[in-house]
Design a protein around this ligand. Structure first.
Ligand SMILES: [Zn+2]
Length: 164
């Protein structure tokens, strides 16, 4: 399967999966592809953006949001992460409020473990510690290792007030 980013003449972009490049050409020629926004069947492939892994994006965003980190040596390698925290029940309308509530939810329902995040997440994953929500900091290496071990975690959202 390959994923193409497609555009219509109005520059609406959308993504679609095809079994191969020929399948895309055939479906396009048959008018089977249409823009989900305007319905145009005049579809073409968009220019490809470079592939960026999700974890790389997270790392960049998290370290970029913490300007004071450089002064603390390896702290710029320390995105805040959470694991095993139950999903919030209500979805607030406004995005910042939603993120703030998510963070409050995490900090209320999870134990802060600081730089031991990776160690604790691993213990919980391998059932060497009580299953509970935790949050804390981890290095890029920790993040990569946890992901490779299949341990679930999420970056905590950065809020506007964090940048003050
Ligand atoms: Zn369109």
């Amino acid at each position: 399967m390959i994923r193409y980013t497609l555009t219509c003449p109005d520059q609406h972009e959308f993504e679609a999966w095809f079994s191969n490049g020929d399948a895309f050409e055939t479906q396009r020629a048959d008018g089977l592809l249409s823009c989900p926004v305007c319905g145009s069947t005049d579809i073409d492939r968009a220019l490809m953006a470079p592939a960026i892994s999700t974890s790389r994006r997270k790392e960049n965003r998290l370290s970029a949001g913490d300007a004071s980190a450089d002064a603390r040596g390896d702290a710029d390698d320390a995105p805040r992460l959470a694991a095993n925290v139950p999903e919030p029940t209500a979805a607030p309308k406004e995005v910042i409020n939603a993120l703030r509530k998510l963070r409050e939810h995490v900090t209320k329902n999870a134990d802060y473990v600081g730089k031991k995040f990776a160690e604790e997440a691993r213990k919980i994953h391998y059932e060497e510690a009580e299953k509970r929500g935790i949050y804390g900091e981890a290095t890029k290496e920790d993040v990569r290792a946890l992901a490779e071990e299949g341990i679930e975690f999420h970056p905590l959202p950065t809020l506007p007030e964090d940048k003050n």
